[in-house]
Design a protein around this ligand. Structure first.
Ligand code: MN
Ligand code: MN
Length: 464
């Protein structure tokens, strides 16, 4: 008797794998393989945008600048300075009734080179770095790192570099102190164990000539000059990022999870992008945002705080030949958005930081965060109940597993996304993404079940 009632009334939040049959499991694993392949070639925001554009071109999308006018069914994109991208499929519904936006970010925590990076000390050459985003610095020592980025010369010539991903490439690393001599270091607080100024990348040790000052640095500059035709001063106009050199891999004896770098937030970027590639005939105009600079506050002209996104939507309104004063504001006020960013997955080893009844779990499906603020919901974009219900309805009628969670305990958690930026324009927004373990670490963990749930969620939202 009570069992029937329990079945009817409880929010069961079951492990999603329980309901997955063999055929479905095969689909989930195949999808995850495509995701891992993409992750391995798109470790930086520039690489992600480059490959996203290629994928979009293959699927009938075109640069919005190639259009004079737009009509329902048209597929367009705008690439913003090679680091962020907005895609759209024009819907059959009057655009004044709002957009259906899914927004993720394609930048991830990493180490950037300083503008004057190269130096030599005791006949070893190093690149100095300035870390990007919230990292635990000790995690970035003694792991293989690769060098990705873009060098721009004063004549405008651009050179893309990527060293350390091919098996035949060398890799790089940041050294740490041997335990034998680390008595003082081991007494320090974990956050001070490695100093930001000590995150220097070891890049060489052979002198150019027998005699003379800075011969190892000279040898490195000579190698760079022969390979790329650059001098030391050219390093000041580069964006070079150090990322883990290891590949995304299936994790576990049951291969149920994915371990990989940059899954925050490329897991949501990839799942939304791949869902958009399969859309046809949407009602509300579907928008996919791949933003940059989320990890450092969304500032600058490639971050969501800039007006570049407004510009893209205005271009659509212009080319639909419907634009008029304040229409952009109206469109945003009637829009709906999923801020597709990862959630902190509940980790039983560190259970004390989470409220178990309000945490996102690996393998239980897409995770909705009604708000992300902590300590009195400070700074939160709190989704309206009406909108949460609307999203739940979309998920339930499409039979998609979901959970509604908070990021950590009341006075512990927090973490921002781009949700508030679009909510401030007037749209209904909720955070909606994949739970991750070891978030912001060089190797992050997700569940293949949740990855596939995210893909299904984003597709269902746009098809609504
Ligand atoms: Mn994120
Ligand atoms: Mn993040």
């Amino acid at each position: 008797m009570s069992e029937d009632l329990r079945e009817k009334l409880f929010d069961k939040k079951e492990n999603g794998w329980k309901k997955v049959n063999d055929e479905e499991k095969k689909k989930i694993f195949e999808y995850a393989k495509g995701y891992m392949d993409f992750l391995n070639k798109a470790k930086t925001e520039r690489e992600f945008v480059k490959h996203a554009r290629e994928l979009a071109d293959k699927n009938g999308f075109k640069d919005i600048m190639e259009f004079n006018t737009l009509k329902p069914g048209d597929k367009v994109y705008f690439v913003n300075r090679n680091k962020s991208m907005y895609l759209a499929i024009i819907g059959t519904e009057n655009i004044e009734n709002g957009l259906h936006i899914i927004g993720s970010h394609v930048d991830s925590p990493r180490l950037d080179l300083k503008p004057n990076p190269l130096y030599e000390d005791t006949e070893m050459a190093y690149f100095k770095t300035h870390y990007y985003g919230g990292i635990k610095k000790y995690q970035w020592t003694t792991i293989p790192l690769s060098i990705h980025g873009t060098i721009v010369k004063t004549n405008g010539e651009k050179i893309d570099i990527c060293i350390g991903e091919d098996e035949n490439d060398p890799i790089f690393t940041i050294t740490d102190l041997l335990p034998h001599l680390a008595q003082d270091q081991m007494e320090k607080k974990l956050k001070n164990g490695i100093d930001g100024e000590d995150l220097n990348l070891l890049i060489g040790s052979i002198p150019y000539e027998e005699k003379g000052k800075d011969q190892v640095k000279l040898n490195i500059l000579n190698i760079l000059n022969q390979k790329y035709g650059i001098t030391e001063a050219d390093l000041t106009s580069t964006e070079i990022e150090l990322v883990p050199a290891f590949k995304a891999r299936s994790l576990g004896l049951d291969e149920s999870m994915v371990a990989g770098y940059g899954q925050d937030d490329k897991v949501c970027a990839y799942t939304s992008l791949s869902a958009m590639m399969e859309l046809e005939n949407v009602k509300n105009t579907a928008i996919c945002i791949l933003s940059d600079k989320e990890e450092i506050g969304s500032m600058g002209n490639t971050g969501m705080e800039s007006h570049m996104f407004d510009f893209f939507i205005s271009e659509i309104l212009n080319k639909l030949e419907v634009n008029r004063p304040n229409l952009l504001d109206k469109v945003f006020c009637f829009s709906k958005m999923l801020s597709s960013d990862v959630d902190a997955g509940f980790d039983p080893i560190y259970a004390s930081v989470s409220d178990k009844t309000n945490a996102g779990f690996l393998g239980k499906g897409i995770s909705l965060n009604k708000y992300t603020g902590a300590r009195g919901k400070s700074g939160a974009s709190d989704a309206n109940a009406e909108y949460v219900a609307w999203v739940r309805n979309v998920l339930e009628k499409n039979d998609i597993s979901y959970q509604v969670a908070e990021l950590g305990k009341v006075d512990v958690g927090g973490g921002g996304t781009i949700a508030y930026i679009i909510a401030n324009k007037g749209a209904d927004v909720i955070d909606c993404g994949v739970p991750v373990l070891s978030m912001h670490a060089p190797y992050e963990v997700t569940s293949k079940f949740d990855i596939y749930s995210a893909y299904k969620t984003y597709k269902a939202f746009w098809n609504e």
